[in-house]
Design a protein around this ligand. Sequence first.
Ligand code: AMW
Length: 170
Amino acid sequence: MPSGRDEIGLYYLESGFNREEMSFRFGQHLIKPSVVFLKTELSFALVNRKPVVPGHVLVCPLRPVERFRDLRPDEVADLFQATQRVGMVVEKHFQGTSLTFSIQDGPEAGQTVKHVHVHVLPRKAGDFHRNDSVYDELQKHDKEEEDSPTLWRSEEEMASEAAALRVYFQ
Ligand code: AMW
């Protein structure tokens, strides 16, 4: 089905379009506005269907480009400013004391969704036996052999988390 872009930069399906049904593109996925908690001029942030730690969220450019090198300078600036704001919010909301930021940029780096995204994970003492094990978890949590829809959170749970995070940006 063809897609289009409206004046505020959301990607949507042309057929039967109306504003309530507008979705965000995240690679091959269509993301409902209910799970998005921040939208800036060029970026958006969504909650994760399979978080590695509580508060593991994703920040993406609105334009669905595959690799970090494909972003324009204004998109990089907007994405990183949004990531900084999102980091502060999830660290506070999930009572973290540190943050892990990660971009898996290309399949050999563990990228499964072909749309640039920054993983933002609140961290706290003892969340993993070994601190850097978070990278092993990130690498494998959404690989085909480790992933299945039965392990995804419900839309209700994700929407409720997004609603709680949205409040910080109002
Ligand atoms: W990658 O391995 O491409 O760096 O990370 C993809 C991330 O996107 C994973 O954390 C995965 O759980 C998450 N994800 C994939 N599809 C969706 C979706 N439809 N909604 C929310 N999160 C998603």
